[in-house]
Write a protein that binds this ligand. Structure first.
Ligand code: HEM
Length: 206
């Protein structure tokens, strides 16, 4: 049977970026700590999501569970204001504190973390990984109509936040493993976008 473009994309990824068993272990060990703080880290990631671009996040002070500052939220949406356009309940909010309380943001944080948790738990089951990320990709393309480039940004921010929150665990080896994890998520998600015929891909840049 002829392969669709998405499948070829994933095959290419599998050849070049295979995550070794040792790297899977490193990812799973760090993730178990991250996931124990699921909601706080998830909210931090989503808040930071759009922080870096304008340099407003030059000196991060955020500590999980301690300093959910409104500065975080302000920076998040100031840098990529269009990210908030996708969220019906807070797209018109300007007050960072109000946004921080947004149940929709917290709900999405939990969902993002839950989906990544399933991927991490199933790193040895490539079919499960593909199916979870294909569902995420298709829903965000068809239902939420999110530009796929935001996934690159969000997964990059995920790495930054994890590196800052768990500096002792985030060795160069861990960094390498998590970079592959980031690529894995993005490759599968964008393959799903292509599969459903997302027209804009990959012209947008952030
Ligand atoms: C690794 C990255 C991400 C994961 C794992 C993820 C996961 C999810 C999941 C599991 C849901 C709920 C099920 C569904 O409706 O599809 C969801 C909903 C949603 N996601 Fe994401 N997402 C990610 C990134 C993004 C990004 C980058 C955006 C926008 C910039 C976004 C916007 C949305 C919106 C608007 C909803 C619906 C929210 C609602 O109904 O309240 N997601 N996401």
């Amino acid at each position: 049977m002829e392969k669709v473009q998405g499948e070829m994309e994933i095959e290419r990824w599998e050849r070049s970026e295979e995550i070794s068993d040792a790297e899977k272990k490193v990812i799973q060990e760090i993730w178990s700590r991250v996931y124990a703080n699921c909601e706080d880290v998830g909210v931090s990631i989503l808040i930071r999501f759009s922080c870096a671009a304008k340099g407003l996040w030059a000196e991060p002070t955020h500590v999980v569970g301690k300093n959910n500052s409104n500065e975080d939220l302000e920076v998040f949406f100031v840098n990529f204001p269009s990210a908030k356009q996708y969220f019906s309940q807070f797209k018109h909010m300007e007050d960072p504190l109000e946004m921080e309380r947004s149940l929709q943001l917290r709900k999405h944080a939990r969902r993002v973390m839950g989906a990544i948790n399933t991927v991490v738990e199933n790193l040895n089951d490539s079919e499960k990984v593909s199916s979870v990320l294909a569902l995420v990709g298709k829903a965000h393309a068809l239902k939420h109509k999110v530009e796929p480039i935001y996934f690159k940004k969000l997964t990059g921010v995920m790495l930054e936040v994890i590196a800052e929150e768990y500096p002792n665990d985030f060795t160069p080896e861990a960094h390498g493993a998590w970079t592959k994890m980031k690529t894995l998520i993005y490759t599968h998600v964008t393959a799903a976008y292509k599969e459903v015929g997302w027209a804009q891909y990959p012209t947008a840049t952030l």
